[in-house]
Design a protein around this ligand. Structure first.
Ligand code: B12
Length: 211
């Protein structure tokens, strides 16, 4: 089976909300030694974009997305165990999804890509209270705090992280970078963060420049 056909199977499995098909396609991809990151970007993520559009147009609803997200996550678990690279002493990054927000697919992709590019990743998970983010950044002595927000209602938590750092006199200790679909370069400029990226590949380039 060609690389293009496998990408298409990965994409379709997310659209079909079919975790078994997603896992089978991921295993076949690894059996053929395809690049796991390309499988995530050109297969699974393409499928999630279709699902996002269908959700935005009310063609499908939350239960369907949960199934798609499961298919996506199950396949990523298989693919990520084959990603070469890994910690190369480039720096320590604390990644999380902000308080009140449980969306973690994009955050996980960004974390995987950063790890594959030589960073140590500390992943606090999702819906992480502002104070916990700052506490963990201090405890782990990280270089960068990276936060994801997928809802307009949770974006303000990114500003609150910066405020909390300032309150504790730590505004110059960590670089703060943010992302997630509703965020933008204008938003991070407005709140005074250090960086923003539209996708995982750009997140790696942006952080490489910051470090
Ligand atoms: C999947 C999904 C879900 C899944 C999440 C599963 C999971 N484990 O993540 C489930 C079903 C659980 C869900 C729940 C809800 N969802 Co929802 N969901 C989505 C959906 C369809 C896709 C999001 C996604 O995964 N995209 C794919 C990933 C790959 O893209 P991404 O996250 O944008 O990430 C990329 C970039 O943004 C960037 N990036 C991301 N993070 C970071 C971080 C850094 C530091 C950097 C540099 C870059 C970066 O790189 C990533 C990779 O390229 C979006 C629709 C949309 N258009 O976004 C709605 C959406 C985000 N959801 C929405 C809503 C309203 C909800 C619910 C409230 C639904 C409800 N009524 O119950 C709940 C939220 C509960 C909560 N408290 O969080 C709304 C938010 C509206 C708003 N206020 O802004 C959206 C926009 C849908 C809509 N149009 O209404 N959702």
């Amino acid at each position: 089976m060609s690389e293009k056909e496998i990408f298409e199977r990965l994409k379709q499995s997310v659209i079909d909300m079919d975790a078994d098909a997603a896992k089978a396609a991921a295993n076949d991809a690894m059996g053929q030694n395809l690049d796991p990151i390309a499988c995530i970007e050109k297969g699974l993520s393409e499928g999630m974009m279709v699902i996002s559009d269908m959700f935005d147009n009310a063609q499908i609803y939350v239960p369907h997305i949960i199934l798609s997200a499961e298919a996506f996550t199950d396949a990523v678990e298989i693919l990520s165990s084959h990603i070469k690279g890994g910690y190369a002493g480039k720096g320590k990054i604390l990644i999380h999804t902000v308080e009140g927000d449980i969306h973690d697919i994009g955050k996980n992709i960004v974390g995987i890509m950063l790890q594959a590019n030589g960073y140590e990743i500390i992943d606090l998970g999702r819906d992480v209270p502002v104070a916990d983010v700052v506490d963990a950044a201090i405890k782990n002595n990280v270089d960068i705090i990276a936060g994801s927000a997928l809802m307009t209602t949770t974006m303000p938590s990114q500003r609150e992280i910066l405020a909390e750092l300032k309150d504790r006199g730590l505004e110059n200790k960590f670089k703060c970078v943010f992302g997630g679909a509703p965020t933008s370069q204008e938003w991070v400029d407005q709140i005074g963060a250090d960086g923003w990226a539209d996708n995982a590949a750009d997140a790696v380039s942006m952080i490489n420049e910051l470090i």
